[in-house]
Design a protein around this ligand. Structure first.
Ligand code: 13P
Ligand code: SF4
Length: 307
């Protein structure tokens, strides 16, 4: 592979030749995020870009469930993921068969799935949500079904964090993000002691006691926007490590305290394998059409909600 600058130039040239766009999640390393990403954002923003793009090829600089979401929403596009091993502990925690069993047990309750799951799981659920709209989706589906109870899979912490904001009863599933479940309320109090005045921002995949003690919680893009709009003197982002690098690059006056946890799945994506994937066309994401159509209904139900 060429060194970084020529590699970036080669990727940007290949994108033009192949009519490709790179959708880069906020957890990508800064070289990918800033130098080759065409669209950057959280899961919901990237999904919206996938359904809007006019390019023929989408390269997902993110994890496999995100590439599946792009394929579900843009079936006529070629969707590529540079490394098939870029998974997610939440997506691995539940299968479509598990959701069918839940539906047998609770036939009268609507099921919301966090987008961090496979297409098979989406196909079995009534609506999807992301970290930026989870409460809105739960309130909406409870009203639509006239139900006081909603089932929310697979992230137990996101579900508990939403439950803390609503009167709706939420039944959940014991999945967790291996990155965010490592943060604790102890971390928050130690940070406050060590860095007086620090503003603590947390992703809603963190356990509830973290969110209770943090100053603000939101999706990856909501955390980035908070920093941009409030320009705190000192801030800590309780989320994946590359977030602080990317947000710091855009906010040079803000000091970042950096305890963070790496997502090994996100880190599978590199400039090198993005280059390889544009050259070889590997790995193409494919979804059986019957699954895709049902999964799209769940995604469309979410995307139709007001922004
Ligand atoms: P966002 O939708 O907030 O970007 O979250 C995606 C993710 O995988 C967080 O761990
Ligand atoms: Fe999955 Fe957590 Fe990695 Fe996000 S950070 S992709 S939820 S394992």
């Amino acid at each position: 592979w060429p060194a970084v600058a020529p590699l970036v130039a080669a990727i940007n040239r290949l994108k033009k030749e192949k009519n490709a766009v790179i959708l880069a999640h906020n957890y990508m390393t800064p070289d990918i995020f800033s130098l080759v990403g065409d669209f950057r954002g959280d899961s919901l923003q990237l999904a919206r870009e996938a359904s809007a793009t006019t390019a023929g090829v989408i390269v997902q600089a993110g994890v496999h469930f995100m590439a599946e979401t792009s394929k579900i929403l843009a079936p006529d596009k070629t969707v590529l993921i540079p490394d098939l091993r870029a998974g997610c502990s939440l997506a691995a925690s539940i299968t479509g068969a598990d959701v069918r069993l839940i539906k047998e047990k609770y036939p009268n309750y609507p099921i919301v799935t966090y987008v961090n799951c496979t297409a098979d799981v989406k196909a079995e659920c009534h609506i999807t949500c992301t970290s930026s709209n989870a409460s809105q989706v739960v309130e909406h589906i409870a009203k639509e079904w006239n139900s006081d109870t909603v089932i929310m899979v697979p992230d137990q912490y996101l579900a508990k964090n939403v439950a803390a904001q609503t009167d709706i009863r939420i039944i959940t599933w014991p999945g967790a993000c291996e990155v965010h479940e490592l943060f604790s309320a102890d971390d928050v109090s130690q940070l406050r002691d060590a860095y007086p005045g620090v503003v603590i921002l947390a992703h809603p995949e963190c356990p509830p006691d973290v969110l209770e003690t943090a100053d603000f919680a939101g999706s990856t893009s909501a955390l980035a926007n908070y920093v941009k709009e409030n320009k705190p003197n000192k801030v800590v982002l309780l989320t994946e490590c590359s977030m602080s690098d990317n947000v710091a690059a855009e906010n040079p006056t803000v000091n970042f305290v950096r305890p963070c946890n790496l997502c090994p799945h996100m880190k599978r994506i590199t400039l090198e394998n993005i280059y390889d994937c544009l050259v070889t066309g590997e790995y193409e994401v494919k979804i059986p059409e019957d699954v895709r159509v049902r999964a799209k209904e769940a995604l469309d139900a979410m995307m139709a909600l007001p922004k």
